[in-house]
Ligand binder design. Structure first.
Ligand code: XCC
Length: 634
């Protein structure tokens, strides 16, 4: 298996081998063969009578020691994954909401309200009266209302779920009893019902999984939109992506993880400390680069170049030119600190819940955020002086990208064409068939497939079929690195009618160039932006989300968060393609519910297909079926 679709990365993989440094691909190979019980989801270690394993071939035990069968075990394991995903996204949103509350109280002096108009729009959307209130009071009230979604004990549905989806979808979810009132209690509920001897009914468990996954969605909405209030709503921005963004003559600092609370401030202090870096011999000054979703956050809002998505994160250090790896939460390989110790690279952890042995822990606090950021940058400048020139190898490749496609920025662009009904140009082109439909690519990289390969090959085929693509998370990272997020990609890969639309829209919206064929909407939590756009389109068309020619795809699905996201997307009525089977094959019943049964309940369902070209064909077919059902031209 080749490890990495991106050839530029290969030289660093070879370098690691020469230096006897194990990377994710080496550790994977050492792990083979993977445990078949774990892969199928039929290993239960929920109590200490076991662990128990169900024999998938039917010869050995078919029940655990307590009597739980494969269906119960698989469902319990799966919904625990969803709860972990929901907890991650929810705690991200909670940190942002707490910061907004402190800004409203005027106690977080290092943060401010960068987009007051968005704050007012949110307040209006969640039914907060803003008449006669100053901006700090509005911030406090919006933050309180958002934090209620973490603490409500009445049975009312979460505010950020109620106000962000179509009315008919909300009714459907409420009817099923999965429209939650409290994100954190939905997670606690999963932990309690999957405890030994509680819920053994796989369907009941899966419904609870859907509920907590909708908590994941609610947390994402809060994360995205309150981050926009604090740090600005993204506008189209030009930048670059891939390891070539690391500069030989700069103090290079990577920001990695998910939460923009510290990375934004680090970007803020670059200008004031640049001269110190130059004085230390870094003629190009300080160069901040992004990894994973923190990278996506600062790319969209600040134009910071993107060095890597998930799977190649270790290679940023292998360049020998990275002075610091600054991490917050989620998707950070613990191996980074060990690899950093082979180089001059400083590794900083910044969040109390995410410490890594070997890293320097410099905890972020609201009131000291600026000092924290300056400290990190100054220590990085010191590290620059310890560089070993003989170890430097920076691949040249980097791609030009246009990012920053928030729902608001898309609407702003389109309103230059039709100020009354800005979504009309998109709707008209979907209806007349110039754009056949939309695929939202999300999700991770998985070491089980060649990095980025599935994303790139699926996308090229879908674009050829005149399907517009939206992207977030490491999917967006894959496209950015592989030159699929710029105007040249539109010329090269979009089918004729899609190309014509993107060229015309780019021109009429006042850009000199075609819009990129894949719109970068942000980090994983910004899947909420994709929903916002879909909800706006559905409302404009007078249909529900399940009727839109829209499909989601996570071809290299990996994390528990991705399982939660995929599940709520199906709950919103949208089919979800995944390129790898989650650990459910040990229960044909559960596997069948996910790929078939869900359809009858929530309209959405999972499509499992490992081959990218076949997957593209299947998604195209789903889109064409949705068009036919809507009675729009074939
Ligand atoms: Fe993590 Fe968000 Fe997955 Fe990438 S895509 S590997 S979750 S960084 Ni969300």
């Amino acid at each position: 298996m080749s490890k990495c679709h991106n050839l530029s990365n290969q030289c660093l993989i070879d370098k690691a081998q020469n230096e006897k440094i194990d990377l994710v691909w080496d550790r994977y190979e050492k792990m083979l063969p993977l445990c078949g019980f774990g892969e199928k989801g039929i290993c239960c270690r929920i109590c200490m009578k076991g662990p128990c394993r169900i024999d998938p071939f039917g010869n050995g035990p078919q029940e655990g020691i307590c009597g739980a069968n494969a269906d119960t075990i698989v469902a319990r394991n799966l919904v625990r994954m969803m709860a972990a995903g929901a907890a991650s996204h929810a705690s991200h949103g909670k940190e942002i909401a707490k910061t907004l509350l402190n800004v409203g109280r005027q106690t977080a002096k290092n943060y401010s309200i960068k987009d007051p108009e968005k704050l007012k729009a949110i307040a209006k959307n969640i039914n907060i009266d803003i008449e006669g209130k100053d901006i700090h009071q509005i911030a406090r009230e919006v933050a309180y209302e958002s934090l209620m979604d973490y603490s409500r004990f009445e049975e009312d549905t979460c505010t950020w779920l109620t106000n962000t989806i179509t009315k008919s979808r909300l009714e459907k979810l409420e009817g099923l009893g999965v429209a939650l009132n409290n994100i954190e209690s939905s997670v606690a509920d999963i932990m309690s019902r999957t405890h030994l001897g509680t819920d053994a009914d796989p369907i009941n468990l899966l419904l609870a999984g859907m509920k907590t996954s909708l908590g994941d969605y609610t947390g994402m909405q809060i994360s995205t939109h309150l981050s926009d209030v604090l740090f600005g709503t993204p506008e189209p921005v030009i930048s670059t992506a891939n390891l070539g963004v690391i500069k030989k003559d700069a103090v290079n600092i990577a920001v990695h993880g998910h939460n923009p609370l510290l990375s934004e401030i680090i970007v803020d202090v670059v200008d004031e400390l640049n001269h110190e870096a130059i004085a230390a011999g870094a003629t190009a000054g300080i160069n901040i680069v992004g990894v994973c979703c923190t990278g996506n956050e600062v790319l969209l809002r600040r134009g910071i170049p993107m060095a890597s998505n998930y799977l190649s994160q270790e290679l940023t250090i292998l360049t020998g030119a990275l002075e610091a790896m600054v991490v917050d939460v989620q998707c950070i390989m613990p191996s980074l600190s060990k690899i950093a110790s082979c180089y001059h690279t400083k590794m900083f952890t910044t969040m109390p819940e995410a410490k890594i042995p070997g890293a320097t822990h410099l905890e972020l606090h609201d009131e000291h955020a600026l000092e924290n950021a300056r400290d990190i940058v100054r220590q990085s400048i010191e590290a620059f002086k310890r560089r070993d020139e003989s170890k430097i190898l920076i691949p040249e490749e980097k791609s030009n990208i246009i990012a920053g496609f928030s729902t608001e920025s898309i609407v702003n662009l389109l309103s230059k064409i039709d100020s009354e009904k800005p979504l009309r140009p998109i709707i008209d082109n979907i209806v007349n068939g110039n754009i056949r439909g939309v695929v939202l690519f999300a999700g991770c990289n998985n070491v089980k497939v060649t990095q980025d390969y599935n994303f790139v090959h699926m996308a090229k085929k879908l674009l050829e079929n005149n399907i517009l693509i939206l992207a977030t998370g490491c999917g967006a990272g894959a496209f950015a690195k592989n030159s699929l997020m710029n105007s040249e990609a539109t010329k090269e890969y979009a089918g004729e009618s899609l190309k014509a639309v993107l060229t015309l829209l780019g021109k009429e919206a006042g850009l000199d160039v075609p819009l990129p064929p894949i719109l970068h909407m942000g980090s994983c939590v910004d899947n909420s932006r994709g929903v916002d756009l879909a909800v706006a389109l559905a409302n404009e068309l007078g249909v529900d989300l399940n009727q839109l020619p829209l499909v989601a795809s996570a071809p290299e699905v990996m994390s528990e968060k991705a399982i939660a996201i995929g599940t709520w997307v199906t709950g919103l009525g949208v089919p979800v393609h995944i390129g790898l089977m989650p650990p459910v094959e040990g229960s044909p019943l559960v596997a069948n519910v996910l790929t078939e049964g869900l359809k009858d309940v929530v309209d959405g369902y999972f499509i499992v297909e490992g081959d990218p070209l076949t997957a593209a064909d299947k998604l195209t077919q789903v889109i064409e079926e949705k068009r036919a059902a809507l009675n729009i031209p074939s």
